[in-house]
Design a protein around this ligand. Structure first.
Ligand code: F0G
Length: 461
């Protein structure tokens, strides 16, 4: 019975008020923000589904950990607790903290990526791609074809197309490939998981050609949950055993702890056993992030991460979370709103290409839909499509993203099913006027990572 009701395995001890400001004020706020939801003040947002990153609610146990922060510059006890936690969950010998995921990337990638060489991934996240490029490398994606078709079922749409990747390695030559990065879950494809079988096979290709292999581990626990629920042979394994097996196939990981470690800030690099790499990372961390036992974080943050990592791998917690998101997806699908199917781990990705076929990619249909949803219900989602993708660095032509998604990203332990039902109802309400929504053009277009600070305006037909 409790399964049908999806009862959260926690109760609420502290609350933060939210408020739906009147429609007229939302219209004025959106105009002032240059039709870019990143420029809103958070008080202007009722339900904030911009990201699941750093927006999580910590537990009483984590807050208690905050009070036991040891703020020593070097050798803080919370560092050693985190190191032991990483050993326990991932079976990795070394760990260096970083202030967040991209901090970890900025330290590790220049050590792994050679100039003009390739980094291969199922799909690079934006900051991961940026750090590959900053290191002088080239990012190449090998996601399976099924992932591009939002209504075709595949249990592991984050999988690599192994044949395509191996052919690429043979054509380019293994010496021109610096690293393979497995993004779990694959955020850019819709929070889609990678199967254990695929991880194992990617790892044997990496071994065969002697290429280092790392995990982009932001949503490692959600990926493990999907393996347990969808992959044959894993139904009776514990989440921790699944995680240990996943990470046994890779050499190192970068992690944004702002996701599955259920904290508001933090990240780290994990290294399986390569002491030499660990020493290089430690030296590089000092000028970038700080002394390698704190890496840009306070001792109290390290403690909250240790405790959050253990909470984030608990089966009842993961089951409730993934169910909550899949129920939102189901409600949308039942009302003929196309979403990436099956629904992934941290968000529902609405297929704006299908929903707004009258708006071409270079007028940003998912951004137009995001803005309309804000006007309708004060809900802030985020565009993952051509606006985010940007222009070709050489020709300066607008690139066409394979997806035009409106991502409704669910923070951990923050919103109830009532908030998510309201979100679904708001999108359903928009449907009747979908044909009237207008595309957008730039009034200000920054050169790099433009989607964060761009200003737009509706095209008046
Ligand atoms: N890798 C993945 C797969 C991510 O989703 C993110 C962040 C990062 C790395 C970088 O981590 O933000 O701690 O520096 N994703 C956030 C998002 C921002 O909204 O999806 P970070």
């Amino acid at each position: 019975m409790t399964d049908n009701l999806n009862i959260p395995p926690y109760k609420i001890k502290m609350v933060e008020p939210i408020n739906l400001i009147p429609k007229k004020e939302r219209q004025a706020a959106l105009k002032r923000a240059g039709y870019n939801l990143f420029a809103l003040r958070s008080e202007e947002v009722f339900i904030d589904l911009l990201t699941d990153s750093g927006t999580n609610a910590m537990s009483d146990n984590q807050w208690a950990g905050i009070m036991s922060g040891d703020e020593s510059y070097a050798g803080s006890r919370n560092f050693f607790h985190l190191k032991d936690t990483v050993q326990d969950i991932f079976n990795y010998s070394y760990m260096v903290p970083a202030h967040q995921g991209r901090g970890a990337e900025q330290v590790l990638f220049p050590l792994l990526v050679d100039k003009d060489n390739y980094a291969l991934s199922n799909m690079h996240f934006d900051t991961t791609k940026a750090h590959v490029e900053l290191a002088g490398g080239k990012a190449k994606n090998f996601i399976i074809e099924e992932a591009l078709n939002t209504d075709q079922y595949h249990p592991f749409k984050g999988n690599f197309d192994l044949n395509k990747m191996e052919k690429f390695i043979q054509t380019e030559g293994k010496n021109n490939i610096s690293v393979i990065i497995i993004t779990i879950t694959c955020n850019s494809a819709g929070g889609q998981p990678v199967s254990m079988d695929n991880i194992r096979k990617v790892s044997s290709i990496a071994k065969k050609y002697d290429i280092p292999i790392i995990m982009d581990a932001a949503r490692f626990a959600e990926n493990a949950f999907f393996i347990k629920s969808r992959e044959q042979g894993y139904e009776d394994k514990s989440i921790k055993d699944i995680i240990r097996e996943m990470f046994s196939y890779t050499d190192a990981f970068t992690m944004s702890a702002k996701k599955d470690a259920i904290v508001n800030i933090g990240g780290m690099i994990g290294i399986k056993d390569d002491e030499n790499l660990y020493n290089q990372i430690r030296s590089k961390t000092i000028p970038m992030e700080g002394f390698p036992t704190y890496g840009g974080l306070a001792g109290r943050d390290l403690e909250a991460i240790s405790r959050g990592l253990q909470e984030g791998i608990q089966y009842p917690y993961l089951k409730h979370r993934i169910n909550q998101i899949s129920l939102l997806g189901k409600k949308l699908l039942d009302n003929q709103i196309p979403v990436q199917y099956p629904v992934g781990g941290h968000a529902v990705f609405v297929d704006a290409k299908k929903l707004l076929p009258h708006i071409p990619f270079n007028q940003f249909p998912a951004q137009a839909l995001a803005n309309e949803l804000y006007l309708e219900g004060g809900i802030r989602g985020v565009e993952i499509g051509s606006l985010l993708l940007g222009r070709d660095p050489e020709s300066k032509k607008q690139l066409k993203s394979p997806f035009e998604f409106l991502r409704l990203t669910i923070p951990r332990r923050v919103y109830t099913d009532a908030h998510l039902n309201f979100t679904a109802e708001s999108l359903i309400n928009i449907k009747s006027r979908i044909g009237q929504i207008k595309g957008l053009k730039f009034s200000y277009e920054p050169e790099i990572l433009r989607h964060f600070t761009a200003r737009l305006k509706p095209i008046s037909s």
